[in-house]
Write a protein that binds this ligand. Structure first.
Ligand code: 13P
Length: 256
């Protein structure tokens, strides 16, 4: 079993003042037990990456961004290049989140190009996949998540083992409606075999679950064999809740 990875996706929330308070509380609460069972990172809006770099450098907390451009540099007003994120020592970048697919028209090919850019800049992409409720009800869950992941695997080639995948059923995001551990595990197992088929080094891949994960349901989700961590939205904005999620990572995760 690999060490779990718990990532907070702050989405478009925060301010210099509230971020500082949240980070202080997290750093104060992150004890050795927590660090032993999980790698932890926070993904913030780009204007706050300098703040995270300043406050988190040398601590057990990593940080990252929520998107990057599919281009290296140039006339792309408003975009942020992966190399720029590297300047702020980002370890991760979330890509293809369903909110970007839904509100910004991102498709599988674009997400795949972004993953290439991130890897080229030395940043680990956290590639989000997930079905809508309509997809699930039509029995298309497996087809959709495999298609989304396959575009990225195809684009990144021999680097497939370097990506983190986040399974986020769209119907579970911000709704309070979590996938059951069995539902999540079933999809994670599908993604695991897809990653295994893509790379001889797939043991490096971590597959996170995201969608209304909280202190009450984390332990059961995180005990599933193919759930290697969580991508946490709302609950990552509350220090106590986020720390409880980290503390729910199974102890055995530290043994490898
Ligand atoms: P919630 O935890 O708020 O449901 O959000 C999940 C998510 O979208 C993380 O990327």
């Amino acid at each position: 079993m690999t060490k779990k990875l718990i990532v907070g996706n702050w989405k478009m929330n925060g301010s210099l003042a509230t971020n500082a308070g949240l980070l202080q509380a997290l750093l104060a609460g992150l004890n050795d037990d927590a660090i032993a069972v999980a790698d932890v990172a926070l993904c913030a809006s780009s204007p706050y990456l300098a703040q995270l770099q300043t406050l988190l450098q040398g601590t057990a907390l990593g940080w990252g961004a929520q998107d990057c451009s599919a281009h290296d540099s140039g006339a792309y007003t408003g975009e942020v290049a992966a190399a720029m994120l590297r300047d702020f020592a980002c370890r991760y970048v979330i890509l293809g989140h369903s909110e970007r697919r839904q509100y910004h028209g991102e498709n599988d090919d674009l997400v795949a190009q972004k993953a290439q850019r991130a890897l080229a800049a030395g940043i680990t992409p956290i590639v989000c996949v997930g079905e809508t409720l309509a997809d699930r009800e039509a029995g298309r869950t497996e087809f959709v998540v495999k298609r989304q992941l396959s575009a990225v695997i195809h684009a990144v080639g021999h680097c497939a083992s370097e990506i983190v995948v986040a399974y986020e059923p769209v119907w579970a995001i911000g709704t309070g409606r979590t996938a059951t551990p069995e539902q999540a595990q079933a999809v994670h197992a599908v993604l695991r075999s897809q990653l295994k088929a893509a790379s001889a080094h797939s043991s490096r891949n971590r597959i996170l679950y995201g969608g209304s994960m909280n202190a009450a349901n984390a332990a059961e989700l995180l005990s599933q064999p193919d759930i290697d961590g969580g991508l946490i939205g709302g609950a990552s904005l509350k220090a106590d809740e986020f720390l409880s999620i980290i503390a729910s990572c199974p102890l055995a995760a530290a043994v490898i």
